[in-house]
Write a protein that binds this ligand. Structure first.
Ligand code: AMP
Length: 508
């Protein structure tokens, strides 16, 4: 196979003077611009005489140039390492020492401290790039020729090293090849019926699989225009939606849109596809969205290590609370502790095999081996079940599984009961260490506006609906749940915050 970029370029529109990226402040980048600018940057990268297989780490604000830098990295045959803009010194030191990038691109405003960390980690060069087209990267690239022969690579050549979000442990670098990403983009293009005149409204960050691979790859492979917003903001999204046909978001985007009275059926008239993923979409949000807009959100499931694995269908029934069916060419199975495939309705570990599955964790061969079965399936760490129609539901992460007094408890199940209670906006359930029972169930609840809830009231209500061993032993009320940039609840943060609580809990 050739380079992933070559696959995109082969599908750019015949008329390359048309718009590829439009920014929120009205700048337009044609397909020609993207081709030429990525060539200039690729020439610059090639001129640096970086060792073969070099990693290029990037921690910059979202901008067309940030995407162009990704494309240039692909073209020059290097490996792109996008880093969350929220990362601070300790985190950056970890990533730089782990990935050992030959080149780092950061914001001019962070150059002072990040470059020190980078040079200490052995990085050879540090360039800067901001979201206003300023910085040494573009200055240096400007002098380069605007054509570049995209480097031919093998299928296994690494396109990106994507650090997992680390909601349950230390972040690991998932090695994704050109082939992993190309096949996944092609499958999604077919499955989601990308159309010639599609316009993608892009409000996700570029440092994560969702915004970079699912969203941008879809548009690039389809030769479709993207409207880039620097971040999600419901007023701007509501203003821009009528100009688009496809929108992708994390569940929080949809919750915030629904909370905005200006979000109406007419806002969405031109949108043919709303996609949700990266975290569970509550059934309530799914239903309210249909009621408000007449559109059914399509939920899909994937992870850094595997790209997209399952999706609700484009044409068939989209079932709320499920992540849909395995994508064509990808095998997803649910197995019990003996690795026997579970019957429909039975909860087990979710495993996946297919061309989408990554090459392993960066410099962690033992860890990689542990996460693959003998027959080549990757153990996702998610727990779930299929229904009789083949739709997958995710119940939680295996590391989130609570074992209390020998009973297995799935937080998601308890959360769905809690979320049903009047006055509960949302909830998170965690297990915290307990001397006698191993773990105790603790609930953290965000109270709906104007509602008053008490711990005793919640516990009593739960006792009436679920088995006693699943009833939270303590309930905490908070204004909001800690979430990472992709809207995943950070249960590790909650576990740390509430770890001492069980000392005072009397278990039955
Ligand atoms: P990341 O690698 O950051 O994309 O995180 C991947 C994890 O996010 C998966 O292993 C799931 O636990 C979770 N996830 C992704 N999509 C969904 C979804 N639609 N519903 C529930 N969890 C999801």
């Amino acid at each position: 196979m050739s380079n992933l970029y070559a696959l995109f370029a082969a599908n750019f529109p015949a008329d390359r003077s048309t718009c590829c990226i439009e920014t929120h402040d009205g700048l337009e980048y044609s397909w020609h611009d993207v081709e030429h600018a990525s060539a200039r940057m690729a020439n610059l990268l090639a001129s640096l005489a970086l060792p073969a297989g070099s990693r290029i780490a990037v921690q910059v604000e979202k901008s067309p140039e940030a995407l162009i830098l990704y494309l240039a990295t692909l073209r020059a045959g290097f490996t792109f390492v996008p880093l969350n803009t929220a990362y601070r010194a300790a985190e950056m030191a970890y990533f730089l020492n782990d990935a050992k990038p030959a080149l780092l691109v950061c914001a001019p405003s962070t150059f002072g401290w990040i470059s020190k960390l980078a040079f200490a980690a052995g990085t050879r060069q540090v360039f800067t790039l901001d979201d206003q087209r300023q910085g040494s990267l573009l200055e240096r690239a400007a002098a380069q020729p605007e054509s570049f022969e995209t480097v031919a690579v093998t299928d296994d050549h690494l396109a990106a090293l994507l650090y997992t979000s680390g909601t349950t442990g230390r972040s690991k670098g998932a090695m994704l090849s050109h082939h992993n990403l190309a096949t996944n983009a092609q499958v999604l293009q077919q499955y989601w019926h990308w159309q010639a005149d599609d316009v993608l409204l892009h409000a996700l960050p570029l440092f994560h699989i969702h915004g970079l691979f699912v969203a941008c790859h879809g548009a690039l492979l389809n030769g479709s225009k993207m409207i880039f917003l620097p971040r999600f903001d419901s007023a701007t999204v509501i203003r821009q939606l009528p100009r688009a046909t496809v929108f992708m978001g994390v569940p929080t985007f949809y919750v915030r849109l629904l909370a905005d009275p200006a979000f109406e059926r007419s806002t969405c008239a031109s949108i043919r596809l709303f996609v949700s993923g990266s975290a569970p979409l509550l059934l309530d949000t799914f239903d309210s969205f249909i009621a408000r807009t007449g559109k059914t959100i399509l939920e899909r499931y994937g992870m850094s290590e595997t790209a997209m694995m399952t999706s609700n269908p484009y044409d068939g029934a989209r079932v709320g609370g499920t992540v849909g069916l395995p994508l064509p060419g990808i095998t997803v199975r649910v197995v019990d502790e003996q690795r026997q495939v579970c019957a429909p309705g039975v909860i087990g570990a979710i495993e996946v095999r297919g061309p989408n599955v990554f090459k392993g964790y960066w410099q962690m061969p033992e860890k990689t081996l542990l996460e693959f079965t003998d027959d080549g399936f990757f153990v996702t760490g998610d727990v779930g079940c299929f229904d009789a129609q083949g739709y997958l539901s995710i119940v939680g992460r295996s590391k989130d599984l609570i074992i209390s007094g020998g009973y297995n408890i799935y937080p998601k199940e308890i959360e769905s009961f809690l979320d049903e209670l009047d006055g509960v906006e949302e909830s998170a359930v965690i297990g915290v260490a307990h001397a006698d029972f191993g773990e105790a169930v603790v609930a953290i609840i965000v109270t709906a506006k104007g509602a008053t809830l008490t711990e005793a009231g919640v516990i009593a209500a739960m006792k009436a609906s679920i088995a006693n061993f699943k009833v939270p032993k303590q309930v905490h009320f908070v204004d909001e749940l800690p979430r990472n940039a992709m809207s995943k609840v950070q249960k590790n943060v909650l576990r740390e915050r509430y770890q001492l609580v069980p000392e005072v809990v009397a278990l039955p």
